[in-house]
Design a protein around this ligand. Structure first.
Ligand code: G3P
Ligand code: CA
Length: 248
C-alpha cells in the first residue's frame, strides 16, 4: 500500500557516523569517513579545531595526545606539523600512517546525496574561515553545522543561512519549551541532544515549533529503534553498519 510505505519512509531516522565509523576505524580520519560511506551511513559527523596558521583540522580533542601520541595543542601548532603526525595506529596497526585530516579532505569524500555534520569545537573565529573555504565549494549544500557553544552556532547560521545548524546539548532545563522558543527565534533549525534527555514529549514540543531533534551517541539498537519511533531526525552512532542493519 503506497501510503503506508510513504509513512514508514518518512519516519526513518538518518544514521550519522560519529567521528566516522569510529568503533572500527580511527575517529575523525578519512579512513573512518570512507568506512562509514561503505556501510551506507546517511551522514558522517566530524569535529574541527583550527591550527596556529588558521587551517581547519579534523580532530576531537584540543590537543593531539590521545589520538596521535605527541602532546601538542592544535591551536598553537602549524598545520604542517599537525600533518606530520599519525592518527591511525592508536586504534589498530592496520591504520598506521593515517594522517590527521584537513576538513577539505573529509568534505571531498562525501558521496552524492550524503551529508557531513561539522561540529565546531573551537572558537567562533573559525566561521569566516569556513565561509571562505565553502564559498564556491560544490559540496557546500551537503554540510550541516553543530556546536555546543550557543553563540557559535547562532553565528554560524547567520553566516550560512542556507545550511542547517543545530545546537548541541547534553542536558535540558525543566522548561525546555522556552529554550526551544529561543532556538527558533535565533533561526536555528533544531537541536542535537544527548539521547539520555530525549523522550516523545521533547520531540513533540520541538516539532510544534518547527524544530528538528537530532541525537547522539546511540550504539544500542533497541534505543535507536525507540528514538526513530518517537520521530528523531537523525541518530549519531559509532556503529553505523550495525544500527542500519537492525533499524526497523
Ligand atoms: O554528534 C554530537 C557529538 O559528537 C557530541 O559529542 O564529544 O563526541 O563531540 P562529542
Ligand atoms: Ca562531535
Amino acid at each position: 500500500c503506497q501510503s503506508t510505505q510513504q509513512e514508514s519512509t518518512e519516519m526513518k531516522s538518518l544514521i550519522v557516523a560519529h567521528r566516522g565509523a569510529s568503533f572500527e576505524a580511527p575517529e575523525n580520519t578519512v579512513a573512518s569517513a570512507q568506512l562509514a560511506w561503505q556501510q551506507n551511513a546517511d551522514a558522517v559527523e566530524v569535529d574541527i579545531h583550527t591550527s596556529k596558521d588558521q587551517r581547519i583540522m579534523v580532530i576531537h580533542d584540543k590537543n593531539t595526545k590521545r589520538t596521535c601520541g605527541a602532546d601538542m595543542l592544535v591551536k598553537e601548532t602549524l598545520a604542517d606539523s599537525l600533518r606530520a603526525l599519525e592518527a591511525g595506529s592508536w586504534k589498530d596497526v592496520k591504520y598506521e600512517g593515517e594522517p590527521l585530516p584537513f576538513l577539505e579532505e573529509v568534505i571531498e569524500t562525501i558521496p552524492a546525496g550524503k551529508k557531513l555534520y561539522v561540529e565546531i569545537k573551537c572558537e567562533k573565529t573559525v566561521v569566516p574561515l569556513l565561509k571562505e573555504m565553502l564559498a564556491q565549494h560544490p559540496k557546500k549544500e551537503q554540510i550541516l553545522f553543530i556546536a555546543f557553544d550557543y553563540e557559535t552556532i547562532v553565528a554560524t547560521k547567520e553566516a550560512f543561512p542556507e545550511n542547517k545548524a543545530y545546537w548541541l546539548s547534553s542536558k535540558l532545563p525543566e522548561d525546555y519549551k522556552s529554550l526551544f522558543e529561543k532556538v527558533k527565534k535565533d533561526k536555528l533549525d533544531g537541536v542535537d541532544l544527548s539521547h539520555k534527555v530525549i523522550d516523545a514529549e521533547v520531540v513533540k514540543t520541538a516539532g510544534e515549533l518547527g524544530l528538528e531533534v537530532h541525537t547522539w551517541t546511540v550504539n544500542d539498537l533497541e534505543r535507536a529503534n525507540e528514538l526513530q519511533t518517537i520521530g528523531v531526525k537523525s541518530i549519531t552512532t559509532d556503529k553505523p553498519g550495525e544500527i542500519l542493519g537492525g533499524l526497523q
